[in-house]
Design a protein around this ligand. Structure first.
Ligand SMILES: *Cc1c(COP(=O)(O)O)cnc(C)c1O
Ligand code: SF4
Length: 440
């Protein structure tokens, strides 16, 4: 199959678009003017049920929806488009709206970019001791864009100063040489698997020489959006050969596949792609955000975990939707998320209970909601960090006052009338000194 992308400029060529109402098409144009929009022929023909787009998870995942903009912003763009305003004016306004949508949540740009001898290492993030994130320059796009994406500035022209990318793997290698505590590199994006095998090899091969590096992870959504990458693309065999080479060099290759809904696992070509990847000795782990309108039901998660474990994949994380872009459209409350997690967890066998969740990637670390309970007469959330800017914070139980409406950690208050969480003071000092993990 030939890959055919659809964006704001050509989406009306999609044959199924004719099944939408005029208003629905208009909504796509208006919201797509502000938020990145891209889908492709595989998604359109295999994952979307065009008979029920109003609540179809994959339609909502790749097509902009009216509710993703505030009513005011929606009206503003609608008036411009209807009135035939000039493109510059529209772009300027779209830019202003984007700037309001918290393009870099949890301080990822200021606090996670390491500095060596006063120089910021672009395209590298180091927040947790063992793991470094690397953003290869040619991997900062995707086969389709998710409407909930927290990396969305990567795809918008005019947000250049907010992009994270590097073309120099040499700097990553130099950095890892002075940071022997780093055991894991996560190659991420965008989607690094949009790269041709030869380019990906240029990034991966230098890493194989580093003795302290044990695991290379590749974060990707290709199994959902373009599984042909591993089966029929002209360089599919080269990609699998590269994976084999990494494994043969003695590294653990972990393929971090992002799936949101069981419908993404259904096509035979996905199963074939998983099998081919696993045959190289690569382990396929899976992670997904929990999203209203897409997968906010325990049945969907139980089915996702069940199908993944049947394929020999290992569920890894259930994430909370981040406070960026259209979060208001997708967010599930922490209380609701925990219930979904718990019910899904109860519905699968132990083999399927490997995903940690619900987890928020917040400023201090990855914070998991362990549950809601009552202690000494007060209703509380039991929390723990799965990862922390300071490794010493990890896995200590702590408590926040129960809040039925909260959707993110910054809305929670410490329980029992405490003035602050146990890590607050240290966190403030860390951020103040600029001494994030990278400077330890
Ligand atoms: C999640 C995450 C990691 C990886 O954490 P693990 O618990 O090892 O999977 C690394 N860096 C950042 C910034 C992260 O958000
Ligand atoms: S595939 Fe990943 S990086 Fe790309 S748009 Fe979706 S969530 Fe964002």
């Amino acid at each position: 199959m030939q890959y055919k992308p659809y964006t704001l400029h050509n989406f009306k060529d999609i044959p199924q678009i004719r099944t939408l109402s005029e208003q629905q098409i208009k909504d796509i144009e208006i919201v797509g003017t502000v938020l990145p929009f891209r889908t492709n022929n595989y998604v359109v023909d295999n994952l979307i049920n065009w008979d029920k787009v109003a609540d179809d998870p994959l339609f909502i995942t790749t097509f902009p929806q009216k509710g993703m903009l505030s009513p005011n912003d929606y009206e503003l763009i609608r008036e411009f488009l209807d009135g035939g305003a000039n493109a510059d004016v529209i772009q300027k306004t779209a830019g202003k709206i984007r700037a309001k949508l918290n393009p870099h949540p949890a301080g990822q740009l200021q606090h996670n970019t390491p500095t060596v001898e006063g120089e910021m290492l672009e395209g590298i993030q180091h927040k947790y001791r063992e793991t470094v994130l690397f953003f290869p320059g040619q991997g900062q796009t995707c086969h389709a864009y998710c409407t909930f994406c927290f990396r969305w500035p990567q795809f918008v022209t005019g947000m250049e100063d907010l992009k994270i990318a590097s073309r120099e793997v040499g700097r990553l290698v130099d950095y890892l040489k002075i940071r022997p505590e780093v055991t894991d590199v996560l190659i991420t994006g965008g989607d690094p698997m949009v790269m041709k095998a030869g380019i990906l090899a240029r990034y991966l091969e230098p890493l194989l020489e580093l003795p302290n590096l044990k695991t290379i992870r590749i974060g990707t959504r290709t199994l959902s959006f373009w599984p042909h990458r591993y089966v029929t693309d002209t360089d599919a065999e080269d990609v699998l050969g590269l994976f084999r080479k990494v494994v043969q060099a003695g590294k653990h290759l972990s393929f971090m596949a992002h799936f949101n809904h069981p419908v993404e696992l259904k096509p035979d070509i996905v199963k074939e792609a998983v099998r081919l990847i696993q045959q190289t000795g690569t382990v396929v782990r899976t992670q997904s955000p929990l999203l209203r309108h897409v997968n906010d039901s325990p049945d969907v998660w139980a089915e996702l975990w069940r199908q993944q474990t049947t394929l020999g994949c290992v569920p890894y994380y259930m994430f909370m939707a981040r406070d960026t872009g259209a979060q208001h459209f997708f967010s599930v409350t922490l209380a609701g998320a925990w219930e979904i997690y718990q019910q899904a967890f109860q519905a699968v066998s132990g083999i399927g209970r490997t995903a940690e969740g619900p987890v928020m990637s917040a400023l201090p670390g990855k914070i998991q909601v362990m549950g809601a309970t009552t202690i000494a007469g007060e209703k509380v959330f039991a929390l723990r960090m799965v990862q922390g800017r300071n490794p010493d914070w990890v896995n200590r139980p702590f408590f926040a006052a129960f809040d039925e409406k909260a959707v993110w950690f910054n809305q929670l208050k410490p329980a029992f009338g405490d003035g602050e969480f146990f890590f607050d003071e240290e966190l403030a000092a860390l951020l103040e000194s600029g001494e994030t993990e990278s400077d330890f």
